[in-house]
Design a binder for this molecule. Structure first.
Ligand code: NAD
Length: 719
């Protein structure tokens, strides 16, 4: 057997140590399944063996299915019926483990996720290492799937539906203490002892059976209509799913149905129910979209696939941050958390200290929640040196500029900073709109100049959009990506252009929202359409947050820079201009598309109809949903056409992680693929006829449609 080391101990207990060759972690592969089948048959057929233990020869136990393999299978085309048989063999082996007549125990030494945890659940007894970082969980829901190795059937039968639901629906892993308390494992022990303990249990329990195979078994806490706290278990999660994803995420509903229906039936029929729901999910594009973008491609981005690997690895030990405002303070906090010394500079000492206080506030919260000790808080804060003295930047390997969005102010601070830095230091700008090449032109070292676009709030937003100026060197890119990895963020790398990628997509969304106001559409309908599309915030609410004035300034700058009408006169700009004239600049000003009363919740501006005429006949909401999603996807396609985006998958990742484009689509460009490029092009052409030339697809996309080509490749299949 290639993947399992099979040894029989003196006490006649077989120890099956799973260790996939050539892989850093154990995952389910066809080889492993075949070996497991062989190994279990040996256990059951050899009278000299009294029972078995499953454990792992790697740091982790088993981390689940090989998602790349699963996505590839899907892309080749799979029906729901075929999908429902995908794990037949695994399920048959697990049933054999349970009913083969010999005790099987599991010694969980590290992470046991997805199928890894399900196989543990199919053992009669589980012991978990208490001294490492072992965790148990069923994260399938986060990639649009359900646990199809019996997870939706064994877990509720083991600990009751009420306790099982959060694990199934939220996918959060549990630590050893939580696992023991819930009854997911029967014992905890130091890692060195778990196999021995499991062996003792096997020897002592020759007649072990799963509770659900004992006659008269009842699900703890009941099932079906008799489930304890029925509303919490089934009704609330259904409405939460509707609210959070506008019902666009099928996995939570499939999980609820599988548990509800399956637990009222005998166990083996429950497994069939689970398999049927799994088949539906795997045949639906949502799961494939989520797996491809948020698991496979995100994983690749985190491994820095865009880094030029001929350049040696680097590490930032001292980071300069220019500007201690909202972004600068967030960047300083994230860097200090990552163990980096930070020089946080602003115009005066008070402003710089205010920037460090941001970290103090966040750390105090962590302290109050018991997540950090006082000593840790002080240690992290001590890494941030607030100052107004540029000389303090001496020795910084990299400096991130985050001062006002003004070319002159930026050029000024960069020029002074450069006089204090070593010749090989990198300068990154956090600008969200100004072209990197134009800022680099004012620097004495354009090859070391790069864009590093963080998102607000920095400590919570995972994406960094790295922007290559025309002269940015591969060294600068490599070192910037190394810093992104140090900060534990996910990078995408794009080329320069007005608004690069994410700001351009984001702007197209808010501009379309404002154009809808110009078209006489009621604001509530616009905001609801965004919610139905599963955008996290409506375009009017979000432009209020980021400031209408800021958007207006960007347009004025585009006019000054002689950019074409797409940037200088975008959709909705007349509404925007009028709002700015009226002083309704957004949340900070206390008024925008919403009113912000001091002692009540914000409300849409009730008098907006007096300023902008509202049409008597309002369009169907689906049309607005289509407009809001298509304009963003089309903008992404334009970025591909213009070479701003190098890879479609980076466009996908950036749109979900940076802009909040709904995850169910897989991202802006996967959305086009999901609709079908030809279909998308036709929709855009029809929108262009009704709403204007901004919906005209670029030649690049027409060409793709003509050749019937997809935009996003599938790893393992197309590249
Ligand atoms: P901010 O107004 O909160 O902070 C800017 C800080 O820069 C202020 O503290 C100011 O005192 C300081 N500053 C100004 N001139 C300076 C000088 N000459 N020397 C030293 N410090 C100086 O702005 P912000 O929201 O943090 O944005 C900063 C940059 O980040 C901008 O380029 C912006 O476009 C970009 N950005 C902002 C966001 C966002 O959501 N706010 C997101 C991504 C990028």
């Amino acid at each position: 057997m290639k993947t399992i080391d099979f040894k029989v101990r003196n006490d006649r207990v077989a120890v099956l140590t799973i260790d996939l060759p050539g892989r850093s972690v154990n995952v389910f592969t066809p080889d492993f399944i075949a070996d497991l089948d062989t190994a279990m048959e040996r256990v059951f057929s050899d009278d000299a063996i009294v029972g078995a233990i499953l454990t792992s020869g790697k740091k982790e136990f088993i981390v689940g299915a090989d998602l790349t393999e699963l996505v590839t299978r899907y892309e080749r085309g799979i029906s729901a019926a075929e999908g429902s048989h995908l794990f037949d063999l695994e399920n048959r082996i697990m049933r054999r483990m349970e009913t083969g007549g010999k005790p099987v125990a599991c010694a969980i030494n590290g992470l046991a996720l997805g199928g890894g945890f399900e196989i543990a659940l199919a053992c009669h007894w589980r012991v978990m290492a208490s001294d490492g970082k072992a965790q148990l969980g069923l994260p399938e829901v986060s990639v649009g799937l359900l646990p199809a190795g019996g997870g939706t059937q064994r877990l509720p039968r083991l600990i009751g539906i009420e306790q099982a639901m959060p694990m199934l629906l939220q996918g959060q892993p549990l630590n050893p203490a939580q696992a023991l308390e819930l009854g997911l494992v029967q014992a905890l022990a130091p890692q060195a002892d778990i196999v021995e303990l499991a062996a003792q249990w096997v020897v002592a329990n020759p007649g072990a059976q799963q509770p659900w195979d004992v006659k008269g078994f009842k699900v703890p806490g009941g099932s079906g209509c008799g489930t304890r706290n029925m509303a919490q278990c089934f009704q609330f999660p259904t409405s939460i799913n509707r609210r959070q994803s506008a019902g666009r995420m099928p996995a939570p509903l499939a999980i609820l149905s599988s548990v509800y229906e399956g637990t009222q039936l005998p166990f083996d029929r429950g497994l069939r129910i689970e398999a049927q729901y799994f088949g539906q999910l795997i045949a639906d594009p949502v799961a494939r979209n989520l797996m491809r973008t948020l698991f496979i491609r995100k994983g690749e981005a985190n491994k820095l696939v865009r880094r030029p690997w001929d350049i040696s690895a680097s590490k930032v030990t001292r980071l300069g941050v220019l500007g201690a405002g909202m972004m600068g303070s967030g960047i300083a906090y994230s860097a200090a958390l990552a163990g980096i010394q930070v020089v946080l500079l602003d115009t005066d000492q008070t402003a710089a200290e205010r920037g460090r206080d941001y970290s103090r506030k966040l750390l105090d919260k962590e302290l109050a929640r018991g997540r950090r000790s006082e000593a840790q808080v002080e240690e992290i804060l001590a890494r941030i040196q607030p100052t107004s003295d540029f000389d303090a930047l001496t020795g910084c390997e990299l400096v991130i500029e985050a001062v006002f969005e003004d070319r002159e102010v930026k050029a000024g601070v960069i020029a002074v900073a450069e006089t204090c830095l070593n010749g090989d230091a990198i300068i990154a700008s956090n600008t969200s709109t100004l072209a990197i090449t134009s800022l680099a032109a004012r620097s004495s070292r354009p090859a070391s100049f790069i864009g590093m676009h963080f998102f607000s709030p920095v400590e919570r937003m995972p994406l960094v959009e790295v922007i290559m100026g025309e002269q940015t060197s591969p060294q600068a890119l490599a070192r910037t990506l190394d810093l992104v990895a140090q900060l534990k963020k996910t990078p995408i790398v794009v080329n320069d252009g007005p608004g690069f990628y994410t700001t351009r997509v984001f702007s197209s969304y808010v501009d379309e929202g404002m154009q809808m106001i110009a078209d006489g559409i009621k604001p509530a309908l616009i905001e609801n359409a965004a919610r139905l599309a599963a955008m996290p915030v409506g375009p009017l609410a979000v432009v209020d947050e980021t400031s209408l004035e800021l958007r207006w300034k960007v347009i004025l700058q585009a006019r000054k820079d002689d950019l074409d009408d797409r940037f200088a006169k975008p959709a909705g700009c007349r509404v925007l201009e009028r709002m700015v004239q009226l002083g309704r600049l957004g949340r900070k000003a206390g008024a925008g598309f919403y009113d912000y009363p001091q002692d009540a919740k914000k409300q849409l501006w009730s008098d907006i109809g007096n300023e902008f005429r509202q049409a008597e006949k309002q369009p169907p909401v689906e049309e607005l949903v289509e407009r809001l999603l298509c304009i963003q996807a089309l903008t992404a396609a334009q970025c591909m056409a213009e070479g701003v985006l190098v890879n479609a998958w980076e466009g996908d990742l950036g749109s979900i992680l940076g802009v909040g484009f709904p995850a169910w689509t897989g991202g802006t460009l996967s959305y086009i693929d999901t609709l079908g490029v030809c279909n998308f092009v036709q929709r855009c052409q029809s929108l262009a006829e009704r709403h204007g030339a901004r919906f005209n697809p670029p030649e690049w996309l027409l060409d793709k449609a003509e050749r019937n080509e997809k935009l996003v490749t599938t790893p393992g299949l197309d590249d």
